[in-house]
Write a protein that binds this ligand. Structure first.
Ligand code: NAD
Ligand code: MG
Length: 390
């Protein structure tokens, strides 16, 4: 009889969101290989209880420690062992002795949980990009070589393409970008789009924050910085390439000028699964594209004048130190204000620029310092938004 395979113990941080739910789907499809042992969320007690019931998961953590959340969870998941508060989220992967931690929390809230996950020695399948933008040097210093496997589709693509050469032979990354729903608009037109317009993303179905980031191209700026940390490159070696079909997930150019691309369906479950199966490849969670029916594949340059968020993120990458943390925090606040209809889309970059202009960047020394820079930038962004609303 074949020896029973030991299943990987998977802990999902941010289990109720877009990536979290797709991860649960991948885990259900490969239940003989992946056992979900821990789930965490921010404030969605109902979503957490439902996911726990569906996959028979006992150990949970909810960042929101209010009595309303505690009562709701006790009512919906009476047999679960749920801990509450930010610390409980960070400590969950150790509590459940996870072998894979999938980090799908949105925003800089993922920094401490990601560092905690790395300390356990588990594989960290990283979907969250803000933790690398804000605290890339701390996250990379805490990671053993190969411990982080990227989930972001472009970075998963680069990770796969890099297997065609040696890291030292990499000369440039071509980071593809759908261009978002507002590709081709003028700055004036961009000033009049609404959050509802932006939520209609052409190719990906994502959480609300990244949907707006994808519409104003801040997402691509964050991804440039994410790539510099994951692959140990200067931002000048990362070129953004507009590719509306989202079929080429990114490309790597090697020293000899040869370029390797990774193509696939625009479905995050491919990258999520690969981050857990690597170095193996398992049965696909979705249909592979029939390339005869895919039509033309096009490439173009991004418009840095209209999409100023991208230019600002590149500038933050260039300045380095604590500047990307300030830029990221300002973006989180401005992105939320746009979703709430309090500012225009073009004011997102105005807020970020004001915050960057008033930030004196320092070299990154500690988590406490990054969290301090983050809260200072949030306060400055909130004040700037109040001014704009007058
Ligand atoms: P989402 O808003 O759909 O889900 C976010 C999840 O994080 C939810 O489960 C929420 O409860 C949880 N959460 C929020 N604050 C928390 C906290 N303080 N502690 C614990 N959990 C918390 O977001 P998403 O679209 O799934 O994106 C998640 C991350 O993955 C983001 O960093 C995003 O940039 C990245 N990403 C997403 C996609 C995508 O297709 N959705 C693709 C690539 C990368
Ligand atoms: Mg991406």
């Amino acid at each position: 009889m074949a020896e029973a395979r030991r299943r990987a113990r998977v802990c999902i941080l941010g289990a109720t969101g877009s990536i979290g739910r797709q991860t649960l789907d991948v885990c259900s499809r490969h239940a003989e290989r992946l056992e979900v042992v821990g789930l965490a969320a921010g404030s969605d007690a109902r979503g957490l209880a439902e996911a726990a019931a569906r996959l028979h998961v006992r150990d949970l953590a909810l960042s929101d420690a209010s009595s309303a959340s505690r009562e709701l969870l006790a009512e919906l998941a009476p047999s679960a062992a749920c801990e509450f508060g930010e610390r409980a989220v960070a400590e969950l992967c150790e509590r459940v002795d996870a072998s894979i931690v999938l980090v799908a929390i949105v925003g800089a809230a993922a920094i401490a949980p990601t560092l905690a996950a790395l300390r356990t020695g588990a594989r960290v399948a990283l979907a969250n990009k803000e933790c690398l933008v804000a605290a890339g040097s701390l996250v990379c210093a805490a990671a053993a070589p190969g411990q982080i496997i990227p989930v972001d589709s472009e970075h998963s693509a680069i990770f796969q393409c890099l297997q065609a050469g040696r890291p030292s032979e990499l000369s440039r990354i071509w980071l593809t970008c759908s261009g978002g729903p507002f590709r081709g608009l003028t700055r004036e037109e961009l000033a009049h789009v609404t959050a509802q317009d932006a939520l209609r993303h052409p190719t990906w179905n994502m959480g609300p924050k990244i949907t707006i980031d994808s519409a104003d191209l801040m997402n691509k700026g964050l991804e440039v910085i994410e790539a510099t940390w994951l692959f140990g490159l200067d931002a000048s070696k990362v070129s953004v390439l507009v590719h509306p079909q989202s079929l080429v997930h990114s490309m790597v150019e090697f020293a000899d000028g040869e370029t390797i691309a990774q193509l696939g369906a625009p479905d995050m479950r491919g990258a999520i699964q690969y981050a857990m199966s690597y170095p193996e490849r398992w049965k696909a969670p979705m249909e592979a594209p029939d390339w005869r029916k895919m039509g033309p594949i096009t490439f173009d340059a991004p418009d840095f004048e209209v999409f100023r968020c991208l230019a600002l993120a590149m500038e933050a990458a260039h300045v380095g130190g604590t500047m990307p943390a300030a830029m990221n925090a300002a973006n989180e606040v401005a992105n939320a204000a746009f979703r709430e209809g309090r500012i225009r889309m073009t004011e997102i970059d105005e807020v970020i620029e004001v915050v960057m202009d008033t930030t004196s960047p320092a070299s990154v020394e500690s988590l406490e310092q990054i969290l301090e820079v983050d809260s200072r930038a949030r306060r400055a962004a909130a004040a700037c938004i109040q001014e704009l609303a007058r």
